[in-house]
Design a protein around this ligand. Structure first.
Ligand code: NAP
Length: 291
């Protein structure tokens, strides 16, 4: 399978590296071209544009930031669509709007290109280790074609339904983790203020009903007041924006998600948007008067 990979950020770079390590022929493109260099050192070919990255490829992956960014690299000038051959599959693994995904899929279908939305959960650790949870929307036959590659990126690969469904599942995921991060931050502030042995508490909690990925992987950073990436706060805020817009249209009230989105708006405004989203603890600690 000849693969094109567009977007070599926190997630895309380790994912492209895994595909190279698995033996696939991979061509990469990144807007900031220097970011292609480490992948080229691992054997990737470099392409000067998304269009060039898509030429003579069976499958093209995109892993960029937001809805307009996917539109730019897929249907924009010199976008992947201009290079994709009839019968190729475009797999967008970014987290973006389900409605725009459906519109792009329709535009691609007119050119004989199938689109899968395949957003992921599992963080930068999951991208490095190939343990992502991948939520796929689109035709089952297209998924079958790309599965040999996806199997090197994720441990749980779920066909959720027609195109757009993967993005809806991802929005649900982001709503759930919003509440979890906020609750873990509050719990850690309480533990700190009370002065208990936080390491012992984490061990006890991890084995019980409060156990979660966030507790296991982010609580210690919250306790240390150190928020290395991870997942940028501004990207999670973007995801909550997508979820809250859908919820509003559907008449679903989501006060917890709306509250966390407001906290993240404050963090972004104060210049903390590129920290990990565990920095919600920054606000919780400030409110508790904890250093
Ligand atoms: P990131 O580190 O900020 O990287 C973003 C990538 O998108 C970079 O390669 C950037 O290129 C590219 N990009 C952004 N806008 C572009 C545009 N208009 N045209 C071309 N390229 C553009 O983000 P990330 O953490 O890898 O996240 C990527 C996607 O995965 C997002 O949708 C995010 O919500 C999702 N996600 C992230 C995580 C996580 O833990 N990080 C987990 C699950 C899902 P430059 O290098 O030129 O800036």
């Amino acid at each position: 399978m000849r693969i094109g990979f567009i977007g070599l950020g926190t997630m895309g770079a380790p994912m492209a590296a895994r595909l190279l390590a698995a033996g696939f022929e991979v061509t990469v493109h990144n807007r900031t071209r220097e970011r292609e260099e480490p992948l080229a050192a691992l054997g990737a070919k470099r392409a000067a544009s998304p269009k060039a990255c898509a030429q003579e490829r069976d499958v093209v992956f995109t892993m960029v930031s937001d809805t307009p960014d996917v539109q730019a690299v897929v249907i924009g000038d010199h976008g992947a669509l201009e290079g994709l051959a009839d019968g190729a599959v475009l797999v967008d693994m970014s987290t973006i709007s389900p409605a725009t995904t459906r519109r792009m899929a329709a535009a691609l279908a007119q050119r004989g290109v199938q689109m899968l939305d395949a957003p992921v959960s599992g963080g930068s650790e999951g991208a490095k280790n190939g343990t992502l949870s991948i939520m796929v929307g689109g035709e089952a036959a297209a998924l079958e074609l790309v599965l040999p590659a996806l199997e090197h990126l994720g441990r749980t690969i779920t066909h959720v339904g027609p195109v757009g469904s993967g993005q809806v599942a991802k929005a649900v995921n982001q709503v759930i983790i919003a509440g979890t991060y906020a609750a873990v931050a509050e719990g850690m502030a309480l533990a700190m203020a009370a002065g208990i042995d936080t390491e012992a508490a984490l061990k006890a909690l991890g084995g019980g009903a409060a156990g979660s990925w966030v507790l296991a992987n982010r609580a210690r950073n919250m306790l240390a007041g150190d928020y290395p990436l991870g997942f940028r706060t501004r990207l999670h805020r973007k995801d909550l924006g997508i979820a809250l817009a859908s919820a509003r249209d559907l008449g679903v009230s989501m006060p917890v998600a709306a509250y966390v989105e407001q906290l993240e708006t404050s963090l972004v405004a104060r210049g903390f948007g590129d920290e990990d989203m565990s920095n919600v603890a920054r606000i919780v600690r400030e409110q508790a008067g904890l250093k």
